[in-house]
Every structure is written in structure tokens, then in C-alpha cells.
Design a protein around this ligand. Structure first.
Ligand SMILES: [Zn+2]
Length: 287
């Protein structure tokens, strides 16, 4: 429903259809969100699964646009088939051929819903989330999940970007999160705070692990992911590397063995130290 100014006045209907691709990183499967009516907007059609896409098509009846949070294979490949089925266009921040571009701040309109495009890089460089200011609902893709945490896998993933994205999402004042995987989260604010706290705690643990000397991500993982199943350890090592790269960019750690991806703490005071005139670095500092 629209008010006199053409602004939506009531919360759009939100429906979740789960694609049949369950797994350790997709939880029960990818969530496809059908938002609003007459026409609906569809977020993340998921893999190219004919049965799932038919169900999405039927749930939406009419589709105004198909929106992608990012192009990972569990979110985007179904978009082309759904677009053909529904005669709708596909929109993405980094559009593939045949897709239309989404710009930061764009507003995508359906019948009774308007979604703002909010850039949220971190999981991928082109990741966006969608915000419905009337329902105060945030559609987060892989930026926030219904359970567990999002994988930040360098170089595609960037932890510093991701932390800024979490802050940006928190500033929207959303009440509910509809994630790319797992159940809806309500209220939204504590979940975003939990995500920020979690990464700060991991950073502290990574720094702690380097106190004994230089180490590589795979050597740090068994310490700080003790309670995680072993099959998740390789992914955990990517996450630790994401922390180390952020800390390296901040000058807090340095890479001592590039082949082994070993990192060491930068000693306090030495990061910007000039060599002393006699070539020795051990001159006492007075400042
Ligand atoms: Zn995903």
C-alpha cells in the first residue's frame, strides 16, 4: 500500500523459500526472499534449481526485479532462469552480462515495497545488503547469517571492509535481519553487536597466539578453534589469515616468512624506528 506521496505505509509481506543446497557453509540451504506484492522483489534466487525457482515464481506471482547480494554460486546462478520464467530483470552491484547495475543509495521499487541498496563489502568486494525502512528489515545475504558467522576469505574477503560494513548496518537502525542462510534474527542490533564483538575477540586471540613467536594461520587455528569440527579448520585458517592481513595493514604484525605465511608481532616502538647513525637499532629512545 502507498501513501499520498507514493511512500509505502505498511510493512511489505516477507516470505522465505529455502533452496535445496544444505551444507556446512549454507546451513539449511540458501534463503530466497520474496518481498512485497504487486509486484514482489526477489532477493538471491540461489542455485539454478528448477523446482526451487518454480516455487519462488509461484510465491511471488508477479516479480518486479530479482536482486543479488553477491555472485557466489549458492546465491546467483538461479537468477537467469527465474528472470526468464518471470520476465523480470536481474540487478547486482557488479552486474554480470545481461544484469542491470545497482548503485549505493539506489532504491528499488516493487508494488508495495522499496528497498535501499547499501554497500557492505567484506565477504566479497561487491556485496550489498537491502534495507526496507518501513518494515525496518535488513536483507543481509552472507554479511550476517541466522546462525554462526560469515566467512571472510582473503583476498576476495577483506576483514577491515567487513568491520566497517557491520558498523554501517548497525547505523541503519534495523529491527529484523533476514539473512542469506539460517533463520530470521530479531532484534537486529544485538546480533550486529555480537558480530563486532566476535571479531574483536578473535583479533585478541590471534595477537595472543603470536606472543610465543611467529606463526602461520594453520598453526594458530588448533588453539583458537579448539571446539570446532576439524573439517572447518581450513576455513578457520582463512579467517585467521584475514585477521593477520588486517593487522599487517595496521602495522601491528609483519610477515616474516612469505612462503609459509608466517606472521610475527611488530615490537612496540620498532615499527617506525629509524636506524641509528652507527647502523645499530638499539640506540635508546628519549621520546
Ligand atoms: Zn552464501
Amino acid at each position: 500500500m502507498m501513501g499520498d506521496g507514493g511512500e509505502p505505509v505498511s510493512e511489505p509481506r516477507v516470505r522465505r523459500l529455502v533452496a535445496p543446497n544444505p551444507g556446512p557453509f549454507t546451513l539449511e540451504g540458501t534463503n530466497t526472499w520474496v518481498v512485497g506484492d504487486g509486484p514482489s522483489l526477489v532477493i538471491d534466487p540461489g542455485p539454478d534449481d528448477a523446482g526451487h525457482l518454480r516455487a519462488v515464481r509461484e510465491e511471488a506471482s508477479e516479480i518486479g526485479a530479482i536482486l543479488l547480494t553477491h555472485h557466489h554460486p549458492d546465491h546467483a546462478p538461479g537468477a537467469a532462469r527465474l528472470a526468464r520464467l518471470a520476465g523480470a530483470s536481474v540487478m547486482a552491484a557488479a552486474p554480470a552480462s545481461g544484469e542491470r547495475p545497482l548503485e549505493p543509495g539506489d532504491v528499488v521499487e516493487g508494488g508495495d515495497v522499496r528497498l535501499q541498496v547499501v554497500p557492505c563489502p567484506g565477504h566479497t568486494a561487491d556485496h550489498v545488503v537491502f534495507f526496507d525502512p518501513v518494515g525496518r528489515a535488513l536483507f543481509t545475504g552472507d554479511a550476517v547469517l541466522g546462525r554462526g558467522t560469515s566467512l571472510i576469505d582473503p583476498p576476495e574477503g577483506d576483514l577491515a571492509d567487513y568491520l566497517r560494513s557491520l558498523e554501517r548496518m548497525a547505523a541503519l537502525g534495523a529491527e529484523v535481519i533476514h539473512p542469506g542462510h539460517g533463520p530470521t534474527v530479531r532484534p537486529a542490533a544485538p546480533k550486529l553487536q555480537e558480530y563486532l564483538d566476535h571479531r574483536r575477540e578473535r583479533e585478541r586471540q590471534v595477537l595472543e597466539a603470536l606472543r610465543g613467536g611467529p606463526r602461520a594461520p594453520a598453526e594458530i587455528v588448533p588453539d583458537i578453534y579448539r571446539d570446532y569440527p576439524r573439517e572447518l579448520h581450513p576455513a578457520a585458517a582463512r579467517s585467521v589469515l584475514a585477521h593477520l592481513l588486517k593487522l599487517e595493514a595496521e602495522g601491528v604484525v609483519t610477515r616474516v616468512s612469505p612462503e609459509l605465511e608466517r606472521f610475527a608481532l611488530v615490537e612496540a616502538g620498532s615499527a617506525h624506528a629509524e636506524p641509528s647513525p652507527d647502523g645499530k637499532d638499539d640506540a635508546p629512545t628519549t621520546t
